[in-house]
Design a protein around this ligand. Structure first.
Ligand SMILES: [Zn+2]
Length: 155
């Protein structure tokens, strides 16, 4: 590390401890040239999340793109705050998977959440994501939805 006082490129670490709740390491360094002390922090660089498309092309995760896609599907159904919470939860969920996720996985994660939040937004998103081509596709999906959300039979 270059000394901020005399610009010598030689130092020794005199103290090293965890900082920022363990997210960083704080080191006290002493310059070999002038003997003055200064502090450095070492932390993990933000790991970017990469989305891999079906074509194999990879692009950085785009929170805004995800939000606008969900907002379009949820228009008039879910308020902005609910969508924002959903986007936050999705991002956390996807980052937990690893540094790379497939676009399919992203789409399915959205569907999974929308399914429980709002059936109309779910169907709208599914129609774009799954590339529905005709009414039969919709009918099938609605059938699936009714199957899973149907009330449990009384005993
Ligand atoms: Zn120095």
């Amino acid at each position: 590390m270059r000394c901020p006082y005399c610009r010598t490129n030689d130092d020794k670490v005199v103290d090293s401890r965890l900082a920022d709740d363990g997210a960083a390491i704080r080191r006290r360094r002493e310059c070999i040239g002038c003997g003055r002390r200064y502090t450095t922090y070492e932390r993990v660089e933000d790991v970017p999340l990469v989305v891999v498309k079906r074509s194999g092309a990879a692009e950085p995760f785009d929170r805004e793109k995800l939000r606008s896609g969900i907002e379009r599907a949820a228009s008039g159904r879910l308020d902005t705050a609910t969508v924002a919470t959903l986007v936050g939860a999705l991002e956390e969920e996807l980052r937990a998977v690893g540094a790379e996720v497939s676009s399919d996985r992203v789409g399915l994660a959205v569907l999974e959440h929308l399914r429980t939040l709002d059936p109309v937004a779910y169907l709208r998103f599914a129609s774009v994501y799954k590339g529905f081509e005709d009414l039969a596709d919709f009918a099938r999906e609605v059938g699936e939805l009714q199957k899973t959300s149907a009330p449990k039979p009384r005993r």
